[in-house]
Write a protein that binds this ligand. Sequence first.
Ligand code: SF4
Length: 211
Amino acid sequence: MNIDEIVRILRKEARNNNTPVVELIEERSHDAFKVLASTILSARTKDETTMNASRRLFESVKNPENLAELSLKQIEELIYPVGFYRNKAKFLKKLPLYLGNGVPDTMDELVKIPGVGRKTANIVLSIAFNKKVIAVDTHVHRITNRWGLAMTKTPLETEQALMKKLPEKYWNEINYLLVSFGQNTCTPISPKCSKCLIYNYCMRVGVKKHR
Ligand code: SF4
C-alpha cells in the first residue's frame, strides 16, 4: 500500500472539499483550552454545528476562569444545538476544576476529565501539544479497515495497528484527513467508490454496497 501517495491524495481532497473540520482545527490549534472545549462539543455533532457553537462560546469564554463564572443555563444557551448539549454543558461547567495547572498533556490525566475519552484526549494531544498520537474515531476505524490496512474490530485495536503501519510523520494529520474523506467520499453507507481517487489502493473490505 502506497501510504505516501494516499496521504497526498487525501490532503488534496481535504483542501478541495473545504470541510469544516479543517477550518475548525486551524481556528483552535494554538490554544489547548479551546481545543479541549471544542473537542468535547464535537462528539456526535456535525462539524459545522460544532464550529458555530465553539465560536459563540469563545466570544464569552477565553479561559477556564471565564467558564467557571457562567451558569449551567448560560453554557447550555451558548452551545445549543450541539448533540447532547445538556450533558456537554455539565462537562464544561466541571472543566475548570480539572485545569488548575492548565490543560494536561498526558493521556492518563486527560481521560480523568468528565466528557473526555481516548479519542478526545488524542485529538488534544495531537493538535494542542503536537504529540505523536493517532486519534481514531469512527471514520479512521472504518476507512483504514476498508483499505485492508488496519484489519481490526475496535478503535483501540485500530490505533495500535496504525501505530505499527502508518509512518509517524502522518499520525497527527490522519484523523482530520480521514474525517474529511469519510464525510465526502468514503461515507459510512454506500461509499462513492466509482469516483474515489484511492480506489486502486483499497481492498474495499466489507464494502457490499457502493456508488
Ligand atoms: S474505494 Fe470505496 S471503500 Fe475504498 S476508500 Fe474509496 S470510497 Fe472508500
